[in-house]
Design a protein around this ligand. Structure first.
Ligand code: PRP
Ligand code: XAN
Length: 193
């Protein structure tokens, strides 16, 4: 997605520990036109699989996921990181690591909104190690729903998440790919794959 690649070149900041800050477009401030374009692109990629639901995780996955769900005209569900008292039992749970805040987080999805009839596309903001997507796909498996594919806004190729998730045998689409980044070279970013 050329507009996203351009925005990352203009606004991306390299942080210690291999982190890319794109708070001005993905993780804090959201740009409506760019976000809508993400949704359109994901919908083009995943509509042929006939999904019935988009799944994501709070918080930064919600914007691209709802943009995609609006284009696909299906509901969007997000895994919650704290179980609210309104959530009906049984809930599907998994554990994952928060990359930007540190520490383990428990994830919860109500069985009210994910079940065997669902054909699910998972959308998130970052594909890094793939740990978060692994936790989400584990919950899809618990629910009996069918996993159709995975989509992320930004892939950090050098963290090898795509390779770690290859055993799932589903298409993985990303909109921008960070090939590498360093103080010396800056952010080497290309269109997603
Ligand atoms: O592929 P991985 O190594 O799992 O990294 C990707 C995950 O890390 C971030 O989550 P985080 O909880 O840090 O941030 P958020 O609260 O902004 O969604 C990001 O939103 C992805 O969900
Ligand atoms: O804002 C972020 N920048 C990153 O580099 C990253 N990796 C995983 N999750 C991330 N979130």
């Amino acid at each position: 997605m050329d507009s996203l690649v351009q925005a990352i070149r203009e606004q991306g900041v390299i942080l210690p520990g291999g982190f890319l800050k794109v708070d001005g477009l993905v993780n804090h401030q959201l740009l409506p036109r760019l976000t809508r374009e993400m949704g359109v692109r994901f919908a083009q990629l995943f509509a042929p699989l006939n999904p019935t639901k988009v799944l994501t995780i709070e918080v930064s996955g919600i914007a691209p996921a709802i943009a995609a769900a609006m284009e696909l005209d299906v509901p969007m569900v997000y895994a919650r990181k704290k179980k609210p008292l309104t959530m009906k039992e049984p809930a599907f749970t998994a554990s994952s690591v928060s990359r930007t805040k540190g520490g383990n987080v428990d994830l919860f999805i109500s069985s009210e909104f994910l079940g065997p009839a669902d054909r699910v596309v998972v959308i998130d903001d970052f594909l890094a190690s793939g740990g978060t997507l692994r936790a989400l796909t584990g919950m899809i498996e618990l629910s009996g729903a069918t996993l159709l594919g995975l989509g992320c806004v930004v892939e950090k190729e050098f963290e090898k998440g795509r390779e770690h998730l290859a055993d799932l045998n589903v298409p993985i689409h990303t909109l921008a790919n960070i090939v590498r980044m360093s103080e010396h070279e800056g952010i080497v970013v290309e269109a997603g794959r």
